[in-house]
Design a protein around this ligand. Structure first.
Ligand code: ATP
Length: 135
């Protein structure tokens, strides 16, 4: 069994899609280990997205992720990292995410793509420590 960090970003929370995302995670058979609604500060945002520091969209990504509440979750199950990335769909909700995925069903723009899921076991470990230091 494996753990992954899932976020419902401010666009997803604002649009009332928290239940939709949690429902899909549960129906897939994945388990919720931790769940918290919170406002993200600049420091956490910068650490979470450190790999994108220097990219042209970094500033607007930080502004976006700190613009409202985020639902953070630790999700567990067999191959949970890949399983959630499949539920989410590709980064670009129109060009990459298939219909039937969260981004494919509800997203239109790359930045406002509703959810985040860790992309590797190393990222998952780092991100879970960052968001849920007590776990
Ligand atoms: P996440 O890390 O949030 O799960 P991802 O792994 O699918 O998304 P990354 O390439 O890691 O995508 O990009 C992180 C986030 O930065 C994206 O989810 C999106 O919100 C934003 N982003 C990525 N590329 C762009 C871009 N070209 N323009 C604006 N925002 C972008």
């Amino acid at each position: 069994s494996e753990r992954t960090l899932v976020l419902v970003k401010p666009d997803g929370v604002e649009r009332g899609l928290v239940g939709e995302v949690i429902g899909r995670i549960e129906r897939k058979g994945l388990k919720l280990v931790a769940l918290e609604l919170r406002q993200v500060d600049e420091d956490l945002a910068k650490q979470h997205y450190a790999e994108h520091d220097g990219k042209p969209f970094f500033g607007s990504l930080l502004e976006f992720i700190t613009s409202g509440q985020v639902l953070a979750a630790v999700v567990e199950g067999p191959r949970a990292i890949s399983a959630f990335r499949q539920l989410a769909g590709g980064t670009d909700p129109v060009e990459k995410a298939a219909p039937g995925s969260i981004r494919g069903d509800f997203g239109l723009e790359v930045q406002y793509n509703l959810v985040h899921g860790s992309d590797s076991p190393e990222s998952a470990e780092r991100e879970i420590k960052l968001w849920f230091p007590s776990l």
